[in-house]
Design a protein around this ligand. Structure first.
Ligand code: PRP
Length: 215
């Protein structure tokens, strides 16, 4: 039997995914070892492999078939727009994609003037401002700590994920508009879906059941 390979977004998503997979009998002790620097783990009995990748890279591994299955946030999927089958909402790592900024930014948004938007998600930001809001926006790509941008005058607003809202609050910013809800999703490589259909469908249906029972 061929190995079925999972690519997991490193960190909280990977940890929570392993908890859910454990409930349906898919286990891998080593993944939970926080000391390890290993990136790939194997369950020989089940012929399943797991690897941990940067969230942004998970859709790439799955599209190219280096992984059959990926677990990654909807925010990352929207940003990268890869050709994958999105088969399941894992109902975890929930957050909202928002436009945020200082209170005063509401007026700039409503004025219809050129607005400067900083984001780790330039494609989502561009799509939202151009196609939904029909507003001219200059999108500035950042790699983290995006909340800084409106404070130091790099941008008028940011497009970012908000979970508890505490980062915004601590920096005197607020949600101005919600773009969409996000959570962790299971995605499948299109070829794997036909080649390994039975195994993959079995995992999906067991996961659905486990998620229902967990509610
Ligand atoms: C994310 C996001 C916000 C924060 C939101 O950043 O970009 O900054 O979490 O969470 P909260 O609403 O619960 O405060 P992350 O921790 O990934 O760090 P980064 O900004 O350096 O990428």
């Amino acid at each position: 039997m061929k190995y079925l390979t999972f690519a997991l977004a490193k960190g909280r998503v990977a940890k929570k995914t392993m908890e859910i997979l454990e409930k349906i009998g898919i286990t891998c002790e080593e993944v939970n070892d926080s000391e390890t620097r290993k990136l790939i783990f194997v369950n020989e009995d089940l012929k399943i492999r797991f690897f941990l990748a940067k969230a942004d890279d998970v859709p790439t591994y799955v599209e190219y078939g280096a992984a059959d299955i990926g677990i990654v946030g909807k925010d990352t999927l929207l940003e990268h727009g890869r050709n994958l089958y999105e088969v399941l909402d894992l109902d975890m790592a929930k957050c909202r994609m928002c436009v945020a900024g200082p209170k005063s930014a509401r007026d700039i948004l409503d004025s219809g003037k050129l607005i400067r938007v900083a984001s780790k998600y330039p494609n989502i930001a561009r799509e939202y401002f151009h196609n939904t809001r029909h507003q001219t926006a200059e999108i500035i790509k950042l790699h983290g700590s995006v909340e800084l941008a409106p404070i130091v005058g790099l941008s008028d607003v940011i497009v970012d994920i908000v979970e508890t809202g505490s980062t915004l609050k601590a920096n005197g910013l607020e949600v101005i508009e919600t773009i969409c809800d996000c959570s962790a999703r299971m995605v499948i490589n299109q070829v794997s879906m036909s080649m390994e259909e039975d195994r993959i469908r079995d995992i999906i249906s067991k996961l659905k059941q486990a998620l229902k029972e967990g509610r």
